[in-house]
Design a protein around this ligand. Structure first.
Ligand code: TXA
Ligand code: MG
Length: 350
């Protein structure tokens, strides 16, 4: 595995590796992706193998200009309302953390879409991702670069630790700015949210009107890996999980938890953390001597900052040797809802 920088020469090198059918991990604004040429079935098969990902879980195809959309999706069947919604979404959120599920072209390999008649398409805003896609094949299939079901990587180090030996190349572009994966939205027959992410439900509805929210996984219970039942397999209940058991608490419940130095704590804000300290271990943990097992996603209580830190802090706690992680829910608004979704799926009790 070679590690490359974000220099133009290195990105060109990485693009050549992709073009030759090998795998490149690269940064996007959400999380790092594990990229393969979307039209090379051998490369696609390796993505599933390396991640240990079931073949029923389709990949997102990343593009870097709108012409490439036509190579992947076919919107001939769209009526004028859907066409208008599609254009509004593209104009407002591309490039950016929104993935659109659209009817696929025949030429798109079934392996990329897990045999579905639709393809998930995303136009990332990260400059490294865009240059890499443009310089390689223009269509790069990329799941998050983590072993299946585990925490997503928000830094190159997370990939080196987990998939390092089995991939060909990593471009280190530093930490990702959004921190949670893209929002996945299906447009036909009606707009339907398949995964919460970097674009909030509020943002979508403000732009295109009502969006159906799929709560199927809450109603049906966990979807077994062998089943082809999940409307979007990213909705699998147990997903994005650290190896350490994680318990999710309401903000109120978190403030009355007893402190145990063998356990890890993930707070939303300084205010919440301080109210906990006061009640349970007053005076025992001076501010300047906080153990690395008590972390705060955003001192100021800013949900955008909290999302950007989420996976990184979960990785830190996971590696710290604590016996379990206690995390509190964020306010269920904007990107806070996506963070809560990831915490719920990472937790041992749903
Ligand atoms: O932010 C992101 O989306 C990151 C970066 C690398 O771009 N990628 C990512 O990929 O999160 P992945 O494979 O971890 O998640 C893709 C999600 C899965 O939940 C998958 O089931 C869903 O997109 N998906 C892909 N194609 C689909 C389709 N045709 N219909 C429904 N869901 C689809
Ligand atoms: Mg993933």
């Amino acid at each position: 595995m070679i590690k490359l920088s974000d220099s133009p020469a290195d990105i060109e090198k990485a693009a050549d590796i992709l073009k030759s059918g090998r795998l490149v991990a690269f940064p996007t604004e959400t999380v790092y992706g594990l990229g393969a040429d979307a039209f090379n079935t051998f490369a696609l098969a390796r993505v599933f193998e390396v991640k240990g990902r079931p073949r029923f879980d389709p990949l997102i195809i990343h593009i870097a200009n709108l012409d490439a959309l036509e190579r992947i999706a076919c919107i001939d069947g769209f009526d004028s309302q859907r066409r208008k919604q599609l254009n509004l979404l593209i104009d407002s959120f591309w490039p950016g953390p929104l993935t659109l599920v659209l009817p696929k072209r025949r030429e798109v390999p079934d392996l990329a879409t897990a045999g579905l008649p639709t393809a998930a398409v995303r136009f990332p805003s990260h400059p490294i991702a865009r240059n890499l896609i443009t310089l390689s094949t223009g269509a790069v299939a990329a799941p998050s670069a983590n072993p299946f079901g585990r925490l997503s990587p928000s830094r190159a180090e997370h990939i080196i630790d987990t998939l390092g030996n089995s991939i060909d190349c990593i471009i280190d572009g530093g930490p990702c700015s959004v921190g949670v994966e893209s929002t996945v939205l299906e447009l036909l027959p009606v707009p339907r949210l398949l995964r919460l992410g970097g674009i909030s439900m509020e943002q979508l509805e403000l732009l295109i009107g009502p969006v159906e929210k799929n709560n199927a996984e809450l109603e049906c219970g966990p979807v077994k890996k062998e089943q082809f039942a999940a409307p979007s397999p990213g909705m699998l209940q147990s997903h994005y999980a650290p190896q350490t058991p994680l318990f999710l608490h309401s903000q109120k419940a978190m403030t009355v938890l007893p402190y145990n130095e063998k356990e890890g704590y993930l707070f939303f804000s300084a205010k919440n953390r301080e109210s906990w300290n006061c009640r349970t271990i007053a005076g025992q943990l001076p501010d300047n001597n906080k153990p690395q097992t008590i972390l705060t996603l955003s001192e100021e209580g800013n949900t955008t900052e909290a999302a950007a830190n989420l996976f990184e802090y979960l990785h830190i706690l996971d590696k710290s040797g604590v016996t379990c992680i206690h995390a509190e829910t964020l306010p269920e608004e904007g990107i806070g809802a996506a963070v809560n979704d990831r915490l719920r799926r990472a937790s041992v009790i749903h």
